[in-house]
Write a protein that binds this ligand. Sequence first.
Ligand code: FDA
Length: 306
Amino acid sequence: MSISRSLVLTLAGNRVVTSFVSKYGMKLGASRFVAGESLEEAVRFVSGINKEGLIVTLDHLGESVYTKEEATLATDESVRIFEAIEKSGVNSNVSVKLTQLGLDIDPEFCFENMDRIAAKAKECNNFVRIDMEDTPRLEVTIDIFNRLLAKYGKEHIGLVIQSYLYRAVDDVAKLGENQVNLRIVKGAYKEPAAVAFPEKSEVDDNYVRLVQNHLLSGCYTAIATHDETIIHILKKWIKENHIDDNLYEFQMLYGVRNGLQRDLVKEGYKVRVYTPYGKDWYPYFTRRIAERPANALFILKNFFKN
Ligand code: FDA
């Protein structure tokens, strides 16, 4: 992790910064990374982008929830997303974060909430993916995922693995034994060198290795990155190794590398856009700034222009 990225994540936790950005955030540019504050707005966006050949995973923003009432409301909302997808006929699945469903309150309560969402995914013949958060939550996230995988099957539930973690290669191998559908990402949290590669080049090399390993195990793989070099390497490798096109998709974040998303669609690749919506956008927004501190300058310029 570069110093500037670490600095942005530290500043984002500062109380003064939090209250300023929360107040002016949408004007500051959070809307560049967030599709709207309501489910209705988000579904309208999906409908439009589907017409361009892109598919979506919808994420109701929110994490680190501290009351059971909030976690229950967040669970209801994810269930409601599946109903809205079914009703509107748009092409989208759903992504969720376990801390939004009460992981930090009581893991068993969180399991029950996640169980309700996975049941709905199956009922709607759709799919839910559990995002991966920071390492203190990793083991319990994998446990909850494995229990639900046994109940609902890999067609209806998937997980995320982060290539910045040393342990990721073992996790991918183990999850591959059950033919799990994995999204591979580089990782967006502030992690110590004791658990994560400090050098970007090591994170990138590991990224390519994890995608290749998972595909060679015959498992569905979501290649979630905006890194053009990695995308180029993997496209070439996939062709050379005759990997079935039904075994993978590319994924990118709403508002990031829009041109590249559409170029891949034109080349015939399946591309899914991770599309967050909702009022609780602050932590998500700050991670997007941290990934590319130049975004902060762009956003500040817009603020003073408006
Ligand atoms: P990298 O950071 O090297 O960026 C490559 C290039 O992409 C940059 O040079 C720039 O051009 C562009 N870019 C990247 N981020 C940008 C940004 N914010 N703004 C503008 N340009 C940007 N993480 C996690 O820990 N748990 C999770 O569950 C998920 N889920 C997830 C889903 C999907 C669909 C994606 C694409 C990503 C995630 N992530 C995630 C985030 C991921 O871990 C990572 O932080 C970002 O994808 C940025 O890394 P890249 O792979 O894009 O490479």
